[in-house]
Design a protein around this ligand. Structure first.
Ligand SMILES: Cc1cc2nc3c(=O)[nH]c(=O)nc-3n(C[C@H](O)[C@H](O)[C@H](O)COP(=O)(O)OP(=O)(O)OC[C@H]3O[C@@H](n4cnc5c(N)ncnc54)[C@H](O)[C@@H]3O)c2cc1C
Length: 451
């Protein structure tokens, strides 16, 4: 048995899985996929914690809502590395693979006449609608698909769970292998690093240690909004998940809607020791509410260069005040008072996140963010009357940390030969589709080099 692997993939999230999927086209390759988490069946049995939520087979995507956004404009920055045509081709291939493994055929956002009408209407209120087709797996279906992927790949590659990469070992500008936390050294010709956001701190430290150049990405800070589904119905019927972009009047900040969940639930997210908020929806279970995030993007300029620390600080304030997630009625926020359980109970919107604590988001979010969020809700109210009502619930805080962006070639190879860095951890994607596509890009390149 050959001890050295042709390729080691670090991370069993969508980017690592799709890289492996491509590589097994060459049956002679000896491939090892490692993850610090557990396999999918074990993960489903685990109690939810930060580790089990983001780590293991399927990565952060395993418990996600599984909205596949089939767009090169959304969910990543792949077009900064490859041409748009190439990225769209990869996205189509990724979509076909998800279909092959059981994704539902139904596509949202395909009626161009309706989308155009919505887009025109939105532009009257200075909202830019980014149209995109969406395939919705749903949290439940997402797991079944991941199980099929695991069954398929298990027969063709080696999988090693609860194995954490500690060091990337290089020699004269070329990758040599990976040292695990256990001390074991595993040699390989190629290494694909796909550690997701959960492994982004480790990757940043390793990048510095081995001299890989990186750049800052923005930090997105905001709230999750919850309204009766009837308020958003006209929009969600057309676009399912509508992405609106707005430049706020007062601060000229980029504000956007993100991760819209018709008939969905607000959920907690655990990351880097912090509790933040998120949302999802099931295919076969519906609530009476729709939720979505409103996020403000901030790119800090010199001398400040710690956006992740800034975002964490804001999130930790909410955790400090209520030991979790705050919920507040928009009416209370505007009236300058905290929400109480009694006020929430009097409201029309019944919170789907039951253990959110009624409080006051103005103690947490800076004036700038609150102003941006309120302006966006006012603009959206023209398209979805009721979204800016006093009953609307705001949960805080929602923070999207983006990893440091790696300096990479057009096939996502780092400055070190045969070392590829992909997915959310590399800062090249921030969604399932582009993460998966980044895996296909590197897989394709490695196949070319070994043929
Ligand atoms: C709650 C939630 C909902 C989401 N919903 C959607 C959605 O509906 N649609 C969408 O497009 N996107 C969604 N996303 C985002 C999506 O899940 C990610 O963009 C995607 O999973 C990124 O894939 P990845 O392979 O880059 O990283 P990840 O999926 O994060 O996987 C990285 C893997 O690497 C492993 N790892 C990290 N460091 C190491 C190490 N040192 N050694 C070994 N293993 C390591 C981790 O354990 C993890 O399993 C959601 C995310 C969350 C958290």
């Amino acid at each position: 048995m050959k001890k050295k692997y042709d390729c080691i993939i670090i991370g069993a999230g969508p980017s690592g899985i799709f890289a492996a999927y491509k590589l097994v086209e060459n049956r002679n390759l000896k491939i090892l996929l490692i993850d610090r988490g557990k396999d999918i069946s074990q993960r489903l049995k685990q109690r939810m914690s930060e580790n089990s939520l983001l780590s293991g087979w399927g990565g952060a995507g395993a418990f996600s809502d599984g909205k596949l956004t089939l767009s090169s404009d959304i969910g990543g920055f792949l077009t900064s590395y490859c041409s748009e045509e190439m990225v769209l081709n990869y996205i189509n291939t990724v979509d076909e693979i998800y279909l092959k493994f059981g994704a539902p055929r139904e596509l949202y956002g395909t009626n161009m006449d309706d989308l155009l009408r919505l887009q025109n209407n939105a532009s009257k209120y200075f909202l830019k609608l980014i149209p995109s087709k969406i395939r919705h797996l749903g949290t439940d279906k997402c797991r079944t698909i991941l199980k099929s992927f695991e069954r398929y790949l298990r027969k063709k590659i080696e999988l090693k769970f609860e194995a954490e990469a500690k060091e990337l070992i290089t020699d004269k500008g070329k990758i040599k292998g990976v040292r695990l936390k256990s001390g074991e050294f595993i040699e390989a010709e190629f290494v694909i690093v796909a550690p997701g956001r959960a492994g982004s701190v480790w990757l940043a430290e390793e990048s510095e240690r081995i001299g890989l150049p990186t750049f800052q990405n923005p930090v997105d800070i905001g709230v999750r909004v919850e309204v009766p589904s009837s308020v958003m119905k006209e929009i969600t019927d057309i676009a399912y998940e509508s992405k609106f972009i707005f430049y706020s009047k007062h601060f000229d900040d980029k504000v956007r809607t993100f991760c819209m969940n018709p008939y969905g639930e607000v959920v907690k997210e655990f990351s880097n020791g912090l509790t933040t908020v998120n949302g999802h929806s099931y295919r076969n279970r519906k609530t009476n509410n729709t939720n979505f995030a409103i996020l403000v993007s901030t790119i800090f300029t010199k001398p400040f260069n710690e956006p992740i620390f800034y975002g964490s600080y804001i999130a930790s304030l909410a955790n400090f005040l209520v030991d979790g997630v705050i919920v507040q009625r928009l009416g209370d926020l505007k009236a300058g008072r905290r929400s109480t359980l009694e006020r929430i109970n009097r409201g029309v919107v019944e919170p789907t996140l039951k253990d959110a604590v009624p409080g006051d988001l103005s103690f947490v979010l800076p004036y700038r963010y609150l102003t941006d969020i309120i302006e966006m809700l006012e603009a959206m109210d023209n398209l979805a009357p009721g979204v800016n009502s006093r009953h609307t619930l705001l949960y805080g805080v929602e923070v999207k940390f983006y990893s440091l962006r790696q300096k990479l070639s057009n096939c996502l190879e780092s400055q070190i030969k045969n070392l590829f860095v992909i997915g959310d951890g590399a800062g090249v994607s921030r969604g399932l589709i582009q993460a998966s596509a980044s895996g296909l890009i590197t897989g394709t390149e490695i196949l070319k080099r070994v043929s």
